[in-house]
Ligand binder design. Structure first.
Ligand code: OSB
Ligand code: MG
Length: 369
């Protein structure tokens, strides 16, 4: 596949809800959108980095800089036989997996379109619908939380994940567990605790959570391994898993019993396939994470989540939960907690160009010569 041109945009899309986590409050997404052109086809990629480095270190502007000045000039005008070859061209540049993933994932879309196949088939998926849950932000009160949990369970979501932080953890989770004894319940701390909070985390064992997500440092493995030896609740790693190498080390240390996969955090689909293979051989269950994606990122995540080791419900909820209007034509909606994977070649979704134009804050077109 010869890469002929690229269009990079920054969009702003308001969220329908205020999303509070241990690291801050989000009310809108600032989205880096890449359209990659080659052989008469178009591939799409969506950045998940935020304006500020509160989740991982990358930001919208750091990724824009790398794509504009380094990665796209490196690949435009060249012919790559497969996604692995494109990744090799980016490999000398260290880190920055989210910036690389925008390009790598757009290339997978283009590559699958070149083969005339849906992306899930090219990636090796084994199903055409994905089990999904919801990630609920920190609510003003416990009563608000109970209402939100009830509503989403009645909509059919198969797992409820609550964002927690010190001072908003045991009590709210206990209230939800008492009201919904059968619900599959998890908690996500986004690195808000230290190893010295161990007694507080140990108490959560009473509540039969399916797992607790990333309680400790955003780059840590060792303390998670220490904590996992002390608590019964399985630890799920999110922030710390930025590559297959990190996943291998996490497995060796036994830093977590469950992995959250976000292809954007890992540098793209290729690296995610490597983590999938490792997890599958070790029997570690996977689930698809989310970064409040718009339609392009959500579609990519759905295709990847069709692989066999994704055995727990993902954070891929209906697009209408997040947006008044999504940036793609296709409605990505779950029914009874099952989300169908878009059909057609590649990721199977198409941009609503007039809407994209309206919400564009910045854009640049780059061609091969
Ligand atoms: O930790 O999984 C996380 C959103 C932004 C940053 C980090 C996380 C999240 C979510 C949202 O939990 C999941 C979703 O897309 O609904
Ligand atoms: Mg998380």
């Amino acid at each position: 596949m010869r890469l002929e041109a690229a269009e990079l945009r920054i969009l702003e899309l308001p969220l329908k809800f205020r999303f509070e986590t241990s690291f801050g409050v989000q009310t809108k997404r600032t989205i880096l959108l890449l359209r990659l052109f080659g052989e008469g086809l178009e591939g799409l990629g969506e950045g998940v980095m935020e304006r500020l480095p509160l989740y991982r270190e990358e930001t919208v502007v750091s990724a824009r800089y790398l794509l504009e000045e380094v990665f796209l000039p490196q690949v435009l005008g060249k012919d790559f036989p497969n996604p692995e070859a494109l990744s090799q061209a980016l490999a000398p540049f260290r880190g920055n997996p989210m910036a690389k993933a925008v390009l790598e994932m757009a290339f997978w879309d283009l590559f699958a379109k070149g083969l005339g196949k849906p992306l899930w088939q090219v990636l090796g998926g084994v199903r055409q619908a994905v089990e999904v849950g919801v990630s609920l932000g920190i609510q003003p009160t416990v009563a608000d939380t109970l209402k939100a949990v009830e509503r989403h369970l009645s909509e059919g979501y198969r797992r409820i994940k609550l964002k927690i932080k010190p001072g908003w953890d045991y009590e709210v989770l206990k209230a939800v567990r008492q009201a919904f004894p059968e619900a599959t319940l998890t908690a996500d701390a986004n690195s808000a605790y230290r190893l010295s909070d161990f007694p507080r985390l140990k108490r959560l064992d009473e509540l039969f959570l399916d797992y607790i997500e990333q309680p400790l440092g955003h780059d840590d493995l060792l303390d998670h391994a220490r904590l996992q030896r002390e608590i019964a609740t399985p630890i799920c790693l999110d922030e710390s898993l930025t590559s297959a190498e990190k996943a291998r080390k996490a497995m060796e240390l036994m830093a977590g019993r469950v992995f959250n996969i976000k292809p954007a955090r890992l540098g793209g689909h290729g690296e995610s396939l490597k983590v999938h293979a490792l997890a599958q051989s070790a029997g570690i269950p996977l689930w698809m994470g989310g970064m409040l994606e718009a339609g392009v990122g959500r579609a990519h995540n759905l295709h990847l989540a069709t692989l066999p080791a994704f055995t727990k419900p993902g954070d891929v909820s209906s697009a209408s939960r997040y947006w008044e209007e999504d940036i793609v034509e296709e409605a990505l909606e779950a029914e009874e907690g099952l989300m169908p994977v878009p059909e057609g070649p590649g990721i199977g979704v198409h941009l609503k160009l007039p809407l994209v134009e309206r919400i564009t804050l910045w854009q640049r077109y780059m061609s091969a010569s």
